[in-house]
Design a binder for this molecule. Structure first.
Ligand code: ZN
Length: 406
């Protein structure tokens, strides 16, 4: 399977550019036309970390005309073991700035666009728009699913890579190019429909990574980027590259499009950006601490509701989901105060006073968001506040199956 070039070539190269890129120009498959395509290309790199460092340097050296970078972090000494775009004198500097300076040193003829912000639901569409290709160098699952979904909605192909200790993986996800390719191309969700349970997969920060592994996988990502931009070779779409540094072995596996994929399948359930932190079960330390000894089951909640009917202790049942979720199903008697209002502090004014004697009982869809808000209300003095493990999903499953689940 081959794909046509992602970008149209610019009209011409300058004399300086011809000199600089001569080793590309004399490869027949690349040639003047390929180099002119690279010059007109706009590639966005997510993160100037382990994978982003070699990717940015080689994209710049190759003459990719416009290189975007999303990065909000600062250079730390512990980054230097693998993030070779930064140096000793950059420690403490914004990574975006440090990366831009290194790129200017490698190739002053390319444009660098810095997006000095954390990628999230509010900015992802604005940032992605206008790029021809994305190179994903993120290290967490929430951002990976965000990148995958946003790229799909904007019909932008992307090159993905991941690294851990001595093992790496890479692939190209381009489901929206299926028709052009004449093949069903998968997305990241086709390969990994569900994120691993929180805490199951340690990050590189917890588990470590061999520094040079970043170069192996980052180089594959740039190779695929150049192939896609110029339309040469066989792209890694529909295939997963697995690299084992200890065995020095590369293996390619076929990845099929999943007809039931929640995003790119025949009956998609993900039709817009979702709450990725919740989807990936990213629960903070404060939240898990708050939940210890303060989590009730839906059966306990049902008894509390019955006892209150009989004159037992009064409480306020707070649903911290979003209004559209509240429209789908709810626990009777709950009041809706979305999690965001707890984060900005406005929710506390809607709760009974700390001295009212009323207990605060919180729930969300599954118990992750409500654990976060539980930590906040406990911090505000509601010492006996609790949240409902399993949330409204458990309520519908175990207590009231007449309501729809989602
Ligand atoms: Zn898919």
């Amino acid at each position: 399977m081959s794909l046509p070039p992602l970008v149209e070539p610019v009209a011409e190269l300058t004399v300086d550019e011809v000199r600089r890129y001569s080793r590309h120009l004399i490869i027949p498959d690349v040639g003047m036309a390929g180099q002119r395509r690279l010059k007109s290309a706009r590639v966005l790199v997510i993160g100037a970390g382990g994978l982003g460092s070699p990717a940015l340097l080689y994209l710049a050296a190759a003459g990719v005309g416009t290189i975007g970078l999303v990065e909000f972090d600062e250079v730390d000494e512990s980054n230097l073991q693998r993030q070779v775009i930064h140096g000793q004198s950059d420690v403490g500097k914004p990574k975006a700035q440090s990366a831009k300076e290194s790129i200017a040193e490698v190739n002053p003829l390319v444009q660098v666009v810095l997006h000095d912000e954390r990628l999230d639901n509010d900015n992802v569409m604005r940032i992605f728009e206008g790029y021809d290709l994305i190179v994903d160098g993120t290290d967490n699952f929430a951002t990976r699913y965000l990148v995958n979904d946003a790229a799909y909605f904007l019909k932008i192909p992307y090159v993905w890579g991941s690294i851990y200790r001595f093992d790496g993986q890479a692939s190209v996800f381009a489901p929206t190019l299926s028709e052009i390719a004449g093949a069903d191309l998968p997305c990241y969700r086709c390969l990994y429909p569900e994120p691993p349970p929180p805490g199951m997969v340690p990050s590189c920060a917890e588990g470590g990574v061999l520094g040079v592994l970043c170069a192996s996988i980052g180089a594959i990502q740039v190779t695929e980027a150049i192939k896609l931009l110029t339309g040469i070779g066989e792209p890694l779409a529909g295939q997963l590259m697995i690299y084992d540094a200890l065995e020095m072995e590369y293996r390619k596996l076929r990845v099929r499009k999943d007809p039931h994929c929640a995003l790119c399948g025949e009956n998609p359930t993900v039709t817009g950006l979702i709450d990725y932190e919740t989807f990936c079960g990213a629960i903070s330390e404060e939240a898990s601490e708050a939940a210890v000894g303060s989590t009730i089951s839906v059966a306990q909640l049902q008894s509390m509701l019955a006892e209150r009917e009989d004159g037992g202790r009064d409480f306020v049942l707070v649903d911290v989901r979003e209004p559209n979720e509240y429209d789908i199903n709810r626990i009777p008697g709950s009041v809706l105060i979305p999690k965001g209002e707890f984060l900005n502090g406005s929710a506390l004014a809607k709760l009974p006073g700390v001295d009212s004697g009323k207990q605060i009982v919180m729930h969300c869809k599954t118990g992750i968001r409500s654990a976060e808000t539980l930590a906040i209300v406990k911090g505000a003095g509601y010492g006996d506040a609790v949240h409902v493990g399993g949330g409204v999903s458990a309520w519908v499953d175990q207590i009231d199956p007449s309501q729809p689940a989602y």
